[in-house]
Design a binder for this molecule. Structure first.
Ligand code: FMN
Length: 159
């Protein structure tokens, strides 16, 4: 679904990059206060600095997560927490959300979406622009051929 979004966006003349959190080393925020209380850069040396640079530079950010126990996955929450040192610079962005779940019910995805909204409500000038629901996807590949794939492509095109 993320690849479909990227294809749509790129075809519409808006190149996009997919960052797969599984491939990144991003430690938990420890709440040490280095950034918030002392105004210094995050002391952790991992891949988050590079991801944050991209989030600050992007015009549009797509947050995508599988639904795990009716919440977002741990990797995504860890990423959000680690924006702590620079979230005030993630301003005036358009946001899209992509969620996948085994469940067929869109309302059952609402808590996960609210978690994303909790994050973007902390950002100045953030706009929620669209949601792609990848429901009924339990195993890898289940989503192929479902309308959600086309929806992701079309939403990418609208960027
Ligand atoms: C730890 C775990 C928890 C899950 N919890 C839920 C859940 O609460 N509700 C649901 O509908 N699907 C649940 N699933 C199914 C995943 O949402 C589904 O496998 C996923 O959306 C597939 O997307 P992916 O191929 O991008 O990982 C869970 C899967 C795992 C591994």
């Amino acid at each position: 679904m993320c690849d479909q979004f990227v294809n749509g966006s790129t075809e519409a003349g808006h190149p996009a990059e997919k960052i797969f959190l599984k491939d990144k080393k991003i430690n938990y925020c420890t709440g040490c206060g280095t950034c918030i209380d002392r105004g210094k850069k995050c002391s952790q040396k991992d891949d988050m600095a590079e991801v944050l640079d991209k989030m600050v530079d992007a015009d549009v950010i797509v947050m995508a997560t599988p639904v795990y126990f009716y919440t977002m996955c741990g990797q995504m929450k860890t990423l959000i927490d680690r924006t702590c040192s620079r979230y005030t610079e993630i301003t005036n962005k358009d946001f899209y959300f992509i969620v996948t779940a085994a469940d067929d019910s869109k309302p059952a995805m609402e808590r996960t979406l609210e978690e994303f909204r909790g994050f973007i409500n902390c950002l100045d000038g953030a706009n929620e622009k669209g949601i792609v629901y990848g429901t009924g996807a339990w195993n890898m590949g289940d989503i192929k051929g479902k309308p959600a794939m086309k929806n992701a492509y079309e939403m990418g095109k609208q960027v």
